[in-house]
Design a binder for this molecule. Structure first.
Ligand code: ADP
Length: 478
């Protein structure tokens, strides 16, 4: 108990896992949102703005000698909110456009300034970019930062031009503040709705599993009547189906086990009582010490031996510890040999319809056991004519042996069950009929080991025909 507790502490339950998974997922999304929206917004905006200003300068450069210059410049100014001045190398401006009516440095720039800028920029490679604080409030309320970009160009016509652009690097602090509030709300909503969803999902998934697990505990404690609820997900439904099947099988085995115990103890007790009774009579009454009475004791001892042997056989076969020692042997002759042992049952007849002798590659001792069991059953359940007919059929490289009787037959719905261990059609225990309900189960196990097949046809009141089939031995098998 203590051990189990320790384990459950280490391994998280389904609910915990779903919670953890959901929590992790929401956390990652929130972190991504915060990083991109808050921390990286400034740098992103800056990069984009600078690229935009540079690209505007390039566009203007292309139209410097065109009639459309003013029109293009006008469009640029209004679409990108940029102010611009274009001058010649002496600082004489010939296009000057202002973005909006707020403070711009370009407005106060003089011809001299322009000329100096031209010379400075020209010397330092043709472009210059600088940013400065305008000291005024930008579009979002806080102090604006401006970008000033200068580029000198020599037109194809041979004249020098200075393109000067000024644009507001809109401060994003205000935006960031707005976003922060928004994200805070979003974070709260996500945590709340995520928790609710996780709770709901965990309940839905865990509930049927917990129910199945409770039923399984009951099953483990020996309640084979328990049924597993088939609801929830498909997997749980499948699991329940399998467990229901297992519970059904267990309950069947349990029933058979109880029956066997009752039958076996009855079967053990009866011969023992007889042996003890006869022995006591022989001890106390001198006249009773006859060969017949001794034979009865021997017969009863034999019955006990058979029973114990059957039990041992089946448990070894089922445990899978039995290995076959296959040899090539004459099956037809072997069956003939077995039938001679029934000679002492003088009033029974055992006709055997066999064609030519056939050979199989199998465990002779175990196959004899199969034949014995089938013939024994046929004798036990034989009809009025007291005849057990055996027939051999050969074809397709296989041999099939039929064992038929004309007895009571087996009800159709029981035909499948008789191969199960401990199964008896007639639940009333009949001592006259030898057998433990293990015979056919031994037959089945032996033939399964050989890879052979087997079956039965039966009609109530008309008799039964049991058969088994083995592969014929190939010439090289010896
Ligand atoms: P048992 O040792 O009781 O004969 P088996 O496993 O050999 O056990 O057979 C299982 C049950 O199948 C038997 O109890 C009997 O009800 C039925 N059965 C087997 N062979 C025959 C047969 N030839 N005719 C009628 N019933 C049969």
């Amino acid at each position: 108990m203590k051990k189990r507790k320790e384990k459950s502490r280490r391994v998280l339950g389904i609910r915990g896992q779903i919670f953890l998974g959901f929590g992790g997922f929401i956390l990652v999304i929130l972190i991504l949102l915060w990083v991109f929206q808050i921390a990286l917004l400034g740098p992103f905006y800056r990069t984009i703005k600078i690229a935009e200003v540079k690209s505007s300068a390039q566009t203007l450069e292309r139209y410097l000698e065109s009639d459309q210059l003013e029109e293009i410049a006008g469009r640029l100014v209004s679409s990108t909110n940029t102010s611009l001045v274009i001058s010649d190398e002496l600082g004489r401006p010939y296009v000057a456009l202002k973005a909006s009516d707020k403070y711009v440095r370009l407005e106060q720039i003089t011809t001299r300034d322009l000329r100096e800028i031209f010379e400075g920029v020209n010397l330092s490679g043709g472009t210059r970019m600088e940013t400065y604080r305008s000291g005024e409030n930008g579009s979002f309320g806080s102090e604006a930062e401006e970008i000033l970009y200068a580029k000198t160009v020599r037109t194809p016509g041979g004249s020098n031009r200075l393109i000067l652009l000024e644009s507001e690097l809109t401060p994003v602090e205000a935006t960031v503040e707005t976003l922060k509030v928004q994200l805070l709300c979003l974070t709260l909503v996500m945590i709340l709705s995520g928790s609710l969803l996780a709770l709901f999902l965990a309940r839905r998934i865990a509930k049927p599993i917990v129910a199945v697990s409770d039923s399984a505990k009951a099953l483990a404690q020996g309640n084979y009547e328990i049924r597993f609820p088939a609801e929830g997900s498909r997997e749980v439904e499948e699991l329940s189906g399998i467990l229901n099947y297992a519970a059904g099988e267990l309950s069947k085995v349990e029933g058979l086990r109880r029956e066997l115990l009752a039958n076996v103890s009855h079967d053990l007790r009866t011969p023992l009582t007889m042996i003890k009774g006869y022995a006591e009579v022989m001890r106390d009454l001198p006249g009773e010490n006859t060969p017949e009475n001794v034979q009865t004791i021997i017969d009863e001892a034999q019955r006990l031996t058979d029973l114990v042997n059957d039990l041992l056989d089946i448990s070894r076969l089922e445990a899978g510890v039995v290995s076959l020692s296959r040899t090539r042997f004459n099956l037809t002759a072997s069956i003939r040999g077995i039938l001679t042992r029934y000679d002492k049952l003088a009033d029974y007849r055992f006709p055997f319809e066999a064609g030519e002798d056939v050979f199989v590659f199998a465990d002779e001792l175990k196959i004899s056991q199969v034949v014995y069991n089938l013939v024994n059953n046929a004798v036990t359940y034989a009809g009025e004519d007291k005849t057990v007919t055996l027939r051999q059929e050969v074809g397709n490289g296989r041999v099939r042996i039929f064992v038929s009787d004309t007895g009571e037959g087996i009800p159709e719905e029981k035909l499948r069950d008789i191969w199960e261990r401990y199964y008896k059609v007639d639940k009333e225990h009949r001592r006259a009929q030898v057998g433990t309900g293990l015979g056919l189960s031994i037959v089945k196990n032996i033939l399964d080991l050989h890879g052979g097949s087997y079956g039965v046809q039966s009609r109530l009141g008309e008799g039964s025909t049991f058969w088994f089939e083995l592969e014929l031995a190939k010439e090289e098998e010896s």
